[in-house]
Design a protein around this ligand. Structure first.
Ligand code: UTP
Length: 230
């Protein structure tokens, strides 16, 4: 099968910004279906979104939950979103979601146009999973859809003079995000995933998934608004 395969790390903030954003998902689904008809295949890795954060916050109020416990709650939220994704794409999606990027037997045999994966183990993020899957399938480009337009040189919520970045090298990006995993942190792309992407020469485009016309431009290979890390 030589169809073009695209890896999407779909931020949980788009699936569940607060409530489940079914209106966004409906538009997203339209775009993906159109691309499938043009002959593309997709690996979609779903984030946890507010579901993860709400459970983690509630758990913390009930008593001490350690960082692994928090991650596991996050992981199950990503898996719930993954199940939801394969359900809404039932006609096109492989029936089982991947929850272990080191066991790809089922994915490798799959003939469907969409493969959906969720989180794996504590200490990771779905960004990391998307890079591992890209590596395994020898795909050199990953698109990370989240709710930001650009990566900035510092946190734009804290610093008014933060500058937008259109293109950046992995070493420079790593200077911004550091190199350690911080559970529940809100960096534009996971530092551990960044290390692997840098090593494997995988390019990551970060764009605002809410602006679906812009995402369409990315898919069509046109100029898009967002940050490319390579
Ligand atoms: P993500 O951080 O990947 O999802 O997973 P997200 O909701 O898309 O995050 P944002 O919106 O981009 O910030 C949610 C949480 O699940 C745990 C982590 O705690 C992570 O913060 N997780 C996820 C893991 O521990 N391992 C995984 O493989 C995936």
């Amino acid at each position: 099968m030589n169809k073009k395969m695209i890896v999407i790390s779909l931020g949980g903030s788009l699936i569940v910004p607060d409530e489940i954003d079914w209106k966004f998902l409906k538009q997203f689904k339209k775009i993906i279906e159109t691309e499938i008809k043009k002959g593309c295949r997709f690996i979609i890795v779903t984030g946890g979104g507010k579901t993860a954060r709400k459970y983690i916050e509630a758990g913390a109020k009930m008593g001490n939950i350690d960082s692994d416990d928090k991650d596991w709650i996050g992981i199950h939220s990503t898996r719930l979103n993954a199940h939801f994704m394969r359900t809404i794409f039932k006609k096109y999606a492989h029936p089982t979601i991947n929850t272990n990027p080191y066991d790809l037997e089922s994915f490798l045999k799959a003939k469907e146009s969409i493969l959906v994966a969720g989180g794996y183990r504590p200490g990771n993020s779905t960004d990391y999973i998307s890079i591992l899957l890209a590596k395994h399938f020898e795909i050199k480009k990953v698109v990370n859809l989240s709710n930001i337009d650009y990566v900035c040189d510092k946190d734009p919520k804290k610093y008014k003079d933060a500058k937008k970045i259109k293109e950046i090298s992995w070493p420079d990006f790593q200077k911004i995000v550091g190199d350690k995993w911080d559970p529940g942190s809100n960096v534009p792309f996971d530092p551990v995933a960044s290390k692997v992407a840098a090593k494997e020469g995988i390019e990551v485009a970060i764009l605002n998934g809410k602006k679906l016309e812009n995402f369409q431009k990315y898919l069509d290979g046109e100029k898009f608004v967002g940050t490319t890390i390579r």
